[in-house]
Design a protein around this ligand. Structure first.
Ligand code: GDP
Ligand code: IMO
Ligand code: MG
Length: 430
């Protein structure tokens, strides 16, 4: 086993960062392949909290090379700040430690301005984006009007194209009643970013191909979650990239047969930030309790996350869409102290029982979750180091999930710290 893709099976924030950090101990490369700084991945090491938006979560392991693939959209200012912060922590972040695809697209100031202005104008119909310019940047990539990071290192070509692109962007910004953006406010600044990032820029696809051939262990770190996928998520309440495991190949430049295993991260309940359907959402005090106990506030925007019961219909769909063959179950400790726990195992839709998520928003709004009730447990799980020592009710909860999904559990996370983790099977060990 040498290549592992880790993806979220819900609406993001499943605890991917933590699982990636734990498994990177045995990895040579950690690769981000989509999304941008809309992601917020949290690591807690020796009680210190780190949140990464662009830098892959394996950065603290000394042997690991961190890679940002071509499928990522990069806000250079955010990336440079993350690099500088890590340097201040005493880490050596040179071009041996961090590689960035020269083909990755650049988030420009007008992308952020457009994202903000559209959300403001949409009022009731807003998506609830992170306002980081992610959508507008992917739009330009598809429209062939984007700037790849390599373009920032060719000042004259950058200058000409920027003038043309900016004219159109300012026309739209005016329409949206937003401030226009001046050429002088971008050009010099972005050329400087290009100079700073140049040593890190490379052809990631070739590096990974060589690494794979040499039998190196490569871990792909998904961002967002399956139901924020632009095609298979709860459209239009989704992000602007494909978040599914299949996109690890396109977003890093490796062929589909190079992937050995996909591991899905499942939060023991469900959360979502921003607008959009959420069949098992709990809108009463219990939802507030989960938010407080699970510290469910956005790692990127600080917004309160909406909380609800575990929806296995969704997770099983994620298993299918991603070829998930291994599961990491996170935040199980947050459920301690509940008398009864519910798991959604189907939906009632117009009098019929269904086991899939319909495609239309109207149909989604009519779903009534069908729950299985399970007994809760009181014990704190954080310091339990062996599966056998988990309370019998916790084991029943886990068994119910495994049986429904028909996928084995590899890891159980029982707290935010690196140490709060039961590794039942390490995918990098045979
Ligand atoms: P990601 O975007 O999937 O990487 O997840 P986030 O970092 O945005 O959100 C997960 C939050 O839960 C972070 O605050 C983590 O520190 C925390 N966390 C991760 N695993 C666990 C766990 O097993 N138990 C608890 N209580 N917190 C966890
Ligand atoms: P990680 O990687 C949770 C959500 C936003 C919004 C929608 C579109 O930390 O799991 P965007 O800014 O991408 O255009 O916003 O997607 N969203 C996330 N929700 N976790 C994330 O990332 C997210 N990234 C985007 O809240 O609803
Ligand atoms: Mg997050």
């Amino acid at each position: 086993m040498s290549t592992l893709v880790i993806v979220g099976t819900q609406w993001g924030d499943e605890g991917k960062g933590k699982i990636v950090d734990v498994l990177t101990q045995k990895a040579d490369y950690v690769v981000r392949f989509q999304g941008g700084n809309n992601a917020g991945h949290t690591l807690v090491i020796n009680q210190k909290k780190y949140i990464f938006h662009l830098i892959p979560s394996g950065i603290f392991w000394p042997q690991t090379v961190c890679v940002i693939g071509n499928g990522v959209v990069v806000d250079p200012e955010v990336l440079i700040n993350e690099i500088e912060k890590l340097k201040k922590e005493g880490l050596k972040i040179d071009s041996d430690k961090l590689l960035v695809s020269e083909k990755a697209h650049t988030i420009m100031p007008y992308h952020k301005a457009l994202d903000l202005a559209r959300e403001k104008k949409a009022k009731k119909n807003k998506i609830g984006t992170t306002c980081r310019g992610i959508g507008p940047c992917y739009e330009d990539k598809a429209a062939r009007k984007g700037f790849r990071l390599i373009d920032l290192t060719y000042p004259e070509i950058f200058k000409e194209k920027l003038k043309i692109v900016l004219e159109e962007k300012n026309f739209i910004l005016k329409y949206l009643n937003a401030e226009i953006i001046k050429f002088e406010d971008i050009y010099e600044r972005y050329i400087k970013y290009g100079e700073y990032l140049k040593p890190y820029l490379t052809d990631v696809s070739r590096v990974l191909w060589k690494a794979k051939k040499e039998g190196m262990k490569i871990l792909f770190e998904g961002a967002q979650g399956t139901f924020l996928d632009i095609d298979h998520g709860t459209y239009p309440y989704v992000t602007s990239s494909n978040t599914l495991a299949g996109n690890a190949c396109c977003g890093a430049g490796l062929g589909p047969l190079e992937i050995d295993l996909v591991l899905g991260v499942v939060k023991a309940y469900t959360t979502r930030v921003g607008e959009g359907p959420f069949p098992t959402e709990i809108k009463d005090k219990l939802g507030d309790h989960l938010r407080t106990k699970g510290n469910e506030y956005g790692s990127t925007t600080g917004r309160p996350r909406r909380c609800g019961w575990l929806d296995l219909v969704l997770v099983k769909t994620a298993v299918r869409l991603n070829s998930i063959k291994a599961i990491a179950l996170t935040k199980l400790d947050v459920l301690s102290g509940l008398e009864k726990i519910k798991i959604c195992i189907g939906y009632e839709y117009e009098g019929k029982v269904i086991d899939y998520l319909p495609s239309s928003l109207i149909e989604m709004s009519k779903l009534k979750p069908i729950y299985k009730d399970l007994p809760g447990w009181k014990e704190d799980l954080k310091d339990i180091k062996k599966f056998e020592n988990l309370p019998k009710e916790t084991k029943l909860y886990i068994k119910t999930i495994e049986e429904y999904l028909e996928v084995p559990l590899y890891l159980i996370s029982t707290g935010p710290e690196r140490e709060n983790c039961l590794i039942l099977k390490n995918p990098f060990e045979n």
